[in-house]
Design a protein around this ligand. Structure first.
Ligand SMILES: [Zn+2]
Length: 368
């Protein structure tokens, strides 16, 4: 029978004196960790007592919790990308060039007069199975199977630039739709239905629970403290240094205090961007530059798949900054392709991670 012991670790993040030592200001951002352990009689250790550590962390913005346990016990599985190109596995792909023009839909004339938006290899089409009023699919490449090496600076820039242009266009056509977002499943472990690289772009009044929870909490933080949560998070994390990965131009890269992914999560904040119209070519370049570094890390860490999102808040607010999130995904094993998400995420709405954010940060810093 296990025995659990709970230790609560909580602290206020402090903004320490600047060089001139004029003042000290406390941040209201709290990083709360419940450090716990569980003791049991271990079958491989002669049924002697063994104590395992785990943590529950509280997201400093939304107050939602995440579990951290099983540290280091789950390794990402290697994917055989070449196999995805073989005819028996590939099957029919609507995004491949030989099929694309014939089987993918076109936008109505009022939205995109030319039917599809194109920039080099990037090609934006409406989703044949829309999730929202404006539900765009951005095919990123001509090639069907593209490794991290193939997700080049040029391809990534064209993709994000075209996608953001599309969102700006929709905003001018349908200004009543307040929220804009990009989502991305890369490779099958992420839940992506097609291997051919593609992202999805939405303009919507219903951007999902995470988006709305963050939006509301950012507004409350702004009203209560008179400061912007996202800018303050950057400052506090930079000062503490444990989860601050780096800065590229106007983008700030952190490992999230509570991770969505089993293998951790990276957050990139654009503190000067509040709605999609403020996202410039320079921001796209910063985002791409950071992503290329993360992909280098993923390659070295044998990670082959991820989910990513990019959130843009509504017009006329200064509390909800634009941010990008990326979480690595894997199969738990290649024998029966068990996914890395289970009842925790599906029914408890609770993320679980086997990687400590501070460790992820240390590993990523080498690439920034
Ligand atoms: Zn294809």
């Amino acid at each position: 029978m296990g025995v659990a012991k709970f230790v609560i670790v909580s602290w206020l993040a402090h903004k320490i004196n600047n060089q001139e030592g004029h003042y000290t200001m406390s941040s209201r951002i709290r990083f709360q960790i419940f450090e716990s352990e569980s003791t049991f009689l271990h079958p491989r250790k002669g049924f002697n007592p063994v104590t395992e550590q785990f943590e529950v962390r509280v997201d400093p913005l939304t107050g939602r919790t995440g579990h951290f346990s099983h540290f280091g016990a789950i390794k990402p599985q290697k994917l055989d990308l070449k196999a995805y190109a073989t005819p028996e596995i590939k099957g029919f792909c609507p995004f491949c060039l030989e099929n694309r023009g014939r089987v993918t839909p076109k936008f109505t004339h009022d939205i995109v007069a030319e039917g599809r938006l194109v920039r080099n290899e990037a090609c934006l089409i409406p989703n044949l199975f829309p999730y929202d009023i404006h539900s765009g699919v951005l095919i990123m490449t001509d090639s069907h199977v593209v490794s991290f090496e193939g997700l080049s600076e040029g391809r990534l820039f064209d993709t994000f630039f075209l996608g953001v242009e599309f969102l700006k266009r929709i905003k001018s056509i349908s200004p009543e739709l307040p929220y804009h977002l990009m989502t991305w499943n890369y490779m099958p472990p992420s839940g992506g239905g097609l291997v051919h690289p593609h992202q999805q772009y939405f303009a919507t009044p219903n951007p999902g629970n995470q988006f709305l929870d963050e939006l509301k909490a950012s507004d409350v933080f702004h009203n209560t403290n008179g400061s912007n949560y996202w800018s303050e998070l950057i400052e506090v994390e930079r000062e503490q240094g444990k989860r601050f990965i780096g800065q590229i131009g106007k983008s700030y890269w952190l490992s999230s205090f509570v991770s969505f992914g089993l293998l951790g999560e990276i957050l990139c904040i654009f503190p000067d961007v509040f709605s999609v119209n403020q996202f410039t070519e320079a921001h796209v370049k910063d985002l791409v530059a950071g992503l290329l570094k993360i992909f280098k890390y993923y390659e070295a860490a044998d990670i082959y798949s991820f989910n990513a999102s990019l959130f843009f808040g509504p017009e006329d607010q200064r509390s909800f900054a634009c941010h990008f999130r990326i979480a690595a995904r894997t199969f738990l094993n290649m024998r029966d392709y068990a996914p890395d998400l289970n009842f925790f995420q599906a029914l408890l709405s609770e993320p679980v991670s086997v990687v400590k954010p501070e460790e992820l940060c240390t590993n990523l810093k080498e690439y920034f």
